[in-house]
Design a protein around this ligand. Structure first.
Ligand code: ZN
Ligand code: ZN
Length: 223
């Protein structure tokens, strides 16, 4: 599997483009604002079909580009990309206007049009598996930064996408609405630190790390 990372938007949010040799399908993990204008030309040039958008959680810096990707693939694909998320973040995805005041306080130059709603096509439960790019994936519910935070684990590849739950040497903020430190700490211990130590972790911000690295040195959550 080929992984390409781009950091986009005011918070440098990671957008991962996943593809596989000999496969016309690709997928993205998170779609920050601006993802469509950046990715659609790349997909077109390579003849890739966007099969799925894997959302790690509902914060605007991770889902603000979903509507643009759906609109941009509407005429070029025979079927729309699947959009995966956890139902605890339903309002963040389908009613983002509810959070407008909060985001505008953080990023003052945002306008009303910067909050396009979209429909999630599949709500994933903790431990649920799904096929993608010829591999089997498992979603783990890892709340505490956001109520609907998911970690996407591809066991065949020994890789996991952690969103804003775990970063290299850090963890996600727990002072935002719906956040809770002890919930996040427990979720990381039970769902992330129980993965094999050589599993690579791809966070929502910053560089990649591994389960072993975080278990041995993450100062915020000890195993
Ligand atoms: Zn977040
Ligand atoms: Zn984020």
């Amino acid at each position: 599997m080929k992984i390409e990372r781009t950091a986009i938007g005011p918070f440098g949010t990671n957008c991962y483009l996943l593809s596989a040799d000999g496969n016309a399908d690709c997928a993205v993990v998170d779609a920050p604002p601006g993802a469509a204008s950046l990715l659609l030309p790349v997909l077109k040039k390579r003849g890739l079909r966007l099969a799925a958008i894997l959302l790690t959680h509902g914060h605007w810096d991770h889902n603000g580009g979903v509507a643009g990707l759906l609109a941009g693939t509407r005429d070029t694909q025979d079927s729309p990309p699947e959009v995966f998320a956890h139902v605890a973040d339903l309002d963040c995805h389908e009613h983002p206007e509810k959070f407008m005041a909060w985001y505008k306080a953080a990023v003052p130059d945002l306008g009303d049009d910067d909050f396009p709603a979209f429909k999630v096509s599949r709500w994933l439960a903790d431990g649920e598996t799904f096929p993608l790019l010829g591999k089997t994936w498992t979603a783990f519910h890892v709340p505490g930064h956001c109520p609907g935070s998911l970690v996407y684990y591809c066991e065949d590849e020994k890789k996991a996408w952690t969103g804003d739950a775990v970063f290299a040497g850090s963890i996600g903020r727990t002072d935002l609405p719906g956040g809770d430190f002890s919930t996040l700490e427990r979720a990381i211990r039970e769902k992330v630190y129980t993965l094999p130590e050589d599993v690579a972790l791809f966070p929502g911000h910053g560089p990649a790390t591994s389960v072993g690295e975080e278990k041995s040195s993450n100062p915020f959550v000890r195993p």
